[in-house]
Design a protein around this ligand. Structure first.
Ligand SMILES: [Zn+2]
Length: 408
């Protein structure tokens, strides 16, 4: 039986409860054995002027685009399809070896900043080998694209074991990509402008799923009138198929009554405020990417007020400066100081874990959960609310404990 170790620091943020000044976290093997206020237990190790927070959750990445940093400048919202053309051209110019190197570099960046659970969209399983051998948890969302029924089902067949005639069986991923203790599969019907609606909607309600939704004004125009910039974009790609566009935005959220698997709705920049959400459905807001495209203010605060789960993602380096999810929270804090620090921290920890179906294992510092935490350097000054210190734009190397072991 392995020994217990007790850590302390200037602040401990359990997320499951209020911040603890000079609190302690006791780890036994790969599990949290105790989280206590100062004075209950003597610490073995004082990490100093840092915040101990739960491992961070980055709910949206495309690791395979990590070589694109700075190469495809985000456009204004009216020219979103121009940016998509840039991403497609970039992808076509990348060799499989380059893609693998990009995935490794992107994952290293995520891990360095303290991510211990990642939601990555993967094309053809390209990130599987790298992610499953790293010290992290992940849900890999197999990307499905195709307005035509044939193309969409061909993509689905590639990830399905095909016992059900090509339909997705979340309990039986294909043998060449087995789930691991720390990496699970999901599906990602890409977006309403790129998938066959009648087939894609089914995937959102059984097994973990993620879809880009309400990202641009052009997408709303396409769904409402089958016109606008996406028609020309899709015609140029040779895939325009008006018969595949049959659902409204809301239809992608109307779930089957038996559905209970996590569904992630990525971006939601233009989602109507009264859109109904079920408890298993979550919004993923990508703050700096949203800002880079100069979209109008994001409706996340209105959805939070309604009790809808909102977590944060970095999106890819094709639109974001880095893959540091705490930097996303700091960006939100600087622009929206009205959002409570407690709620913001939850958005990059426990809410992300809940959104991916991992909250029993991680997302907060609680007895019985995985011994994952990040030690985040703090500024020297004091603040009435300790979250102010955590969300101050402060440099310094973070250290991450994952399953009871320091990441190197
Ligand atoms: Zn994305």
């Amino acid at each position: 039986m392995s020994e217990s170790r007790t850590f302390t620091a200037r602040w401990v943020f359990p997320v499951a409860g209020p911040p603890l000044p000079h609190g302690t976290v006791t780890v036994h093997g790969d599990t949290i054995a105790a989280v206590e206020p100062h004075g209950v237990r003597t610490a073995d190790e004082d990490l100093g002027n840092v915040a101990i927070i739960p491992g961070l959750v980055n709910a949206h990445t495309h690791l395979d685009l990590s070589g694109a940093r700075g190469l495809i400048p985000p456009t204004d919202p009216e020219h979103f399809t121009d940016w998509l053309r840039g991403v497609i051209a970039y992808r076509r110019g990348r060799t499989p070896e380059q893609v693998q190197a990009d995935i490794r570099a992107g994952l290293a960046e995520c891990l360095r900043s303290g991510t211990t659970l990642l939601g990555d969209i993967t094309v053809g399983g390209a990130s599987y080998a790298t992610v499953t051998t790293a010290a992290t948890r992940a849900v890999l969302f197999w990307e499905l694209i195709g307005l035509s029924e044939e193309r969409y089902l061909a993509g689905l067949k590639a990830i399905s074991n095909n016992k059900l005639g090509g339909s997705w069986d979340p309990d039986a991923p294909p043998a060449e990509y087995p789930e691991t203790h720390f990496c699970r599969w999901g599906l990602s019907p890409h977006a309403p402008y790129s998938v066959n609606h009648s087939h894609a909607r089914g995937q959102l309600f059984f097994g973990s799923a993620a879809i880009h939704l309400a990202e641009s004004p052009a997408e709303l125009e396409l769904l409402a009138t089958k016109s606008g910039p996406f028609v020309e974009f899709l015609e140029d790609l040779g895939v325009w198929n008006p018969d595949a566009i049959t659902a409204t935005l809301g239809d992608f959220l109307v779930s089957h009554e038996k559905a209970a698997s996590p569904s992630l709705y990525i971006h939601c920049n233009y989602l109507p405020l009264d859109t109904p959400f079920q408890p298993h459905q979550s919004i993923v807001y990508c703050p700096r990417t949203h800002g880079a495209f100069l979209h109008p203010p994001h409706p996340f605060r209105e959805f939070l007020k309604r009790g809808v789960r909102v977590c944060l993602g970095t999106d890819s380096l094709a639109s974001n400066p880095d893959l540091d999810i705490l930097a996303e929270a700091r960006f939100v804090h600087a622009r929206h100081p009205d959002v409570a620090g407690e709620q913001l921290l939850r958005m990059v920890t426990l809410a992300g874990a809940e959104a991916h179906g991992w909250a029993k294992e991680c997302g907060s510092l609680e007895v019985g959960k995985s011994a994952d935490f990040v030690a985040v350097p703090l500024p020297e000054r004091d603040a009435a609310d300790p979250h102010e210190l955590l969300f101050a734009d402060h440099p310094g190397e973070r250290r991450t404990l994952f399953r009871g072991e320091w990441r190197v």
